[in-house]
Design a protein around this ligand. Structure first.
Ligand code: ZN
Length: 347
């Protein structure tokens, strides 16, 4: 047998220990020296069996010293790796309490939703109750009950989204106005009442800067004894003062025609930018057209079985998008629906 160079062996062990970086490598290192089957130290002990007693003693002593040395070094290495791991964790999970806070992006409600909620709040403060109805309507509630003649162009295929009669049956459509809600409410409730109906309506028309195929309307209806245009005007004036947040707002009526009212009026509000002097917003007229209104047509009350000798009603309706465009100075209605954050962040 060759002489065993214990000094050289110790140097190899030292070099190996230096390169160990993980607990797994330590375990492999331990097996390399202490494994019963193929461990280096076991091999040495096996190989010295046939030697003289003196050599056995000498080699046995060295082998034992080396064994103790390696065992100690393994423990030291394990401990130092553990400490290193903890130190790394501290570094990774460190919280810098002096670092500037991360900015949290908070959204807000859509400008159209804002106008709807604000309008409803104002009407509720005047004692109105919120009423709603289906967006898929029947021809009766959308047209007949509202005194819209069978020949009226709005019933045309070009203007209304009619649903496929083969699928849902005849006479169903996407409502073109929220007035259908008024009819449904009048059928089920006895006057006097005051209601406000916000909701989506649908028109089959080409979209452009001022037209969308779907948009929001809000309508109000009052049915009570002795109602007149004076009541209508005072309610609207108060409503627009609060909605446009301007105490100087005035309302004017211009005669107009809508099948479901008689008389019917166009509703203008005084331009809130120039207060009547004339500016680009009001196209130098001093007034802004904002909706339609009138005294509820007796035929509409009749169709809801309301006694027209005792009760009268007034109604008003406006497009939410139009109000939002005027109030916020938005030039194209389509901007409200295209989810462009550059636009929405401005509100
Ligand atoms: Zn103006």
């Amino acid at each position: 047998m060759k002489d065993i160079d214990f000094d050289k062996l110790k140097k190899e062990v030292e070099a190996e220990l230096q390169s160990i970086k993980t607990q797994e490598e330590i375990e492999n290192f331990r097996l390399k020296y202490f494994s019963r089957k193929s461990g280096v130290l076991n091999d040495i002990l096996k190989s010295i069996k046939g030697l003289s007693i003196e050599k056995k003693k000498e080699y046995g002593k060295f082998a034992n010293q080396l064994k103790i040395y390696i065992e100690n070094e393994i423990e030291i290495k394990k401990e130092s790796l553990k400490m290193e791991h903890i130190k790394n964790l501290e570094e990774e999970e460190k919280i810098d309490i002096t670092a500037p806070g991360k900015k949290v992006f908070s959204g807000h409600i859509h400008p159209l939703t804002h106008i709807i909620r604000k309008s409803v709040d104002i009407f509720e403060s005047m004692g109105f109750e919120v009423a709603s109805g289906p967006e898929v309507e029947t021809e009766f509630y959308n047209f007949d009950a509202l005194n819209i003649p069978a020949s009226h162009p709005s019933r045309d295929m070009q203007d209304t989204f009619w649903l496929d009669p083969k699928t849902v049956g005849p006479g169903f459509l996407m409502r073109t106005q929220t007035s259908s809600v008024q009819v449904r409410y009048m059928e089920k409730n006895n006057p006097p009442f005051r209601i406000v109906c916000p909701g989506r309506v649908f028109r089959k028309e080409a979209t452009d800067a001022t037209h969308e195929m779907q948009f929001y309307q809000i309508e109000c209806l009052v049915v009570a004894k002795d109602m007149s245009l004076v009541h209508l005007k005072s309610v609207l004036e108060l409503f627009f003062k609060k909605l446009l947040e301007n105490e100087k707002i005035k309302v004017r009526f211009r005669p107009s025609y809508f099948p479901f009212v008689e008389p019917g009026v166009e509703v203008d509000v005084i331009c809130f930018k120039c207060l009547g002097k004339g500016c680009p917003l009001c196209k130098k007229t001093g007034w802004i057209e904002i909706g339609g209104a009138g005294m509820v047509h007796p035929k509409v009350l009749d169709s809801a079985k309301i006694d027209t000798s005792e009760f009268k009603g007034f109604a008003f309706g406006m497009g939410i998008e139009r109000v939002a465009m005027i109030k916020y100075g938005v030039g194209d209605v389509r901007l409200f629906y295209n989810t462009d954050m550059r636009m929405l962040k401005q509100f």
